[in-house]
Design a protein around this ligand. Structure first.
Ligand SMILES: *Cc1c(COP(=O)(O)O)cnc(C)c1O
Length: 459
């Protein structure tokens, strides 16, 4: 018996698509194996319209023309997130293995919302999540799934938190989330979506949320159902006092969510692991492998210490879903989604190929690079280190420069493809910030560029 589907088939509508597939596969492999161009950058929609022409037509452009427009016009109008000297925001440095496998995941077109449709893929995603669960020191009750990003992960975790605390304490007892002003903007976005308040607590002078400040605030705000600790903050890379916050959350019987979208990868780096002490007692956690775990967009690992609490909050019920085996491991039951691609597979593949030791080595290398750059800034007469890296983000300034100087310097370096570093605010002042997540970033090169371009006022 042979399958009723021939290996290659000609669609009655699309015709023979094999040559198109070959063209796209060629593009994928060219792109993955070539280094990216740091000078690519956004352009206006009218410039793009002029160069791309009309792309959606009744008759279709054909693949050669559509691919040419993408490769020559559209792709160059996007920023190279993986350039080793893109150190702005939180860049990304996916392995070639992970990028290639991301293309493979699309080719399999797996529905990974339910075990029944996506078992093999979900099994592999769970292997990757299992590595993170081990790093967290969580028990066998733990589990989770991959969602698009930290924003969706934080929202899903906080919805589970509210549902759990309401169950314990009643509906009215769950009306606010507690965090600091440096918590990521997605936390206040989640609060708006959930129609709950945010109780903002002052940080200590190094930017941490502490147990003492949290205890004092909770005494005045019984409506808080969750504390959000950052590990670390996006702006400063600072890890809140997780162990003290875990004590306080236990005392007040509220949920502790740790937002490690950027910094959670530090769990795998022995030189910074102690900053995460206490995380074994958190209720939920997110980390974006598309930030510091060498996976491509879009990928967030969302984990719960007791996964049954997530199911209680998130499982969707509908007549056509009633046949779904609720005993099985359905990622759809664990976050705000139903249909989903198996977006954890690029991470799984890369981890499986290289092994976890290589991940530890890659993360440690970025931490060492951040420390070396910070040290050189500290030694430089005209630069001032404002925040040494706790993980791999550092903040500094150039005393004597105005906001305009910073902007001109930053634009010039970006234009020349030398370094992408954009101004931020630190303790009310304009400052510069570097985020190192790419093992290919060389400390010495970064230091040379910084010293050479900041000695004088920018022109
Ligand atoms: C980036 C980031 C987020 C948001 O993640 P997305 O993947 O961009 O949605 C949330 N929290 C922290 C700490 C982050 O750094």
């Amino acid at each position: 018996m042979t399958s009723h589907v021939p290996d290659t088939h000609v669609s009655p509508v699309w015709g023979d698509e094999a040559p198109i597939v070959a063209d796209v596969v060629g593009l994928i492999s060219r792109r993955i194996t070539r280094s990216s161009d740091p000078k690519t950058t956004a352009r206006t929609a009218s410039e793009l319209a002029a160069d791309a022409g009309t792309t959606i037509t009744a008759a279709g452009l054909g693949s050669a023309q559509a691919l040419r427009i993408f490769e020559d016009v559209l792709a160059p109008a996007t920023r190279a997130q993986d350039d080793p000297y893109n150190l702005a925001y939180i860049p990304a440095a996916p392995t070639q293995a992970a990028r290639a496998f991301d293309a493979a995941v699309s080719s399999f077109n797996i529905f990974a919302g339910t075990w029944e449709a996506g078992a093999g893929a979900i099994f592999a995603e769970n292997e990757a999540l299992g590595w993170l669960i081990d790093l967290l020191g969580w028990p066998s009750t733990a589990g989770g799934c991959f969602v698009s990003g930290g924003t969706m992960g934080n929202l899903s975790a906080l919805v589970a938190a509210r549902s759990h605390v309401r169950h314990l304490r009643g509906r009215d007892a769950a009306g606010a989330i507690l965090c600091t002003v440096d918590a990521h903007s997605s936390i206040s976005a989640a609060a708006r979506v959930m129609d709950v308040e945010v109780v903002l607590v002052d940080e200590d002078d190094r930017g941490h949320l502490t147990g003492t400040a949290t205890r004092a605030a909770l005494a005045e705000h019984p409506e808080v159902f969750a504390v959000v600790a950052s590990s670390g903050t996006t702006n400063g890379g600072v890890v809140d006092d997780i162990a003290d916050l875990a004590d306080v959350c236990e005392e007040f019987q509220i949920w502790l969510h740790v937002d490690g979208a950027y910094g959670g990868a530090g769990l795998a780096a022995p030189s910074v692991r102690d900053r995460f002490d206490g995380i074994e007692r958190a209720h939920s956690f997110v980390v974006d492998p598309h930030k510091w775990l060498f996976a491509p967009y879009d990928c967030c690992a969302l984990l719960y210490r007791d996964v049954t609490l997530a199911r209680a909050a998130h499982a969707q019920h509908a007549s056509y879903l009633d046949l779904i085996d609720r005993e099985a491991w359905n990622p759809a039951d664990l976050a705000i989604h139903l249909s989903r691609r198996a977006r954890g597979l690029p991470l799984w593949f890369s981890l499986a190929v290289y092994g976890t030791d290589r991940y530890t080595e890659a993360i440690e290398r970025t931490v060492a690079t951040a420390r070396a750059i910070a040290h050189a800034i500290d030694e430089c007469d005209w630069l001032r280190l404002l925040l040494a890296p706790e993980l791999s983000v550092l903040v500094f300034d150039r005393p004597g420069w105005s906001d305009d100087d910073y902007n001109r310097w930053s634009s010039r370096l970006a234009r020349e493809g030398l370094l992408l570093c954009v101004p931020t605010r630190w303790k009310g002042q304009t400052a510069l910030r570097l985020a190192i997540v790419n093992p290919a970033t060389q400390a010495q090169h970064t230091i040379d560029v910084l010293r050479e371009t900041t000695a004088q006022q920018p022109d």
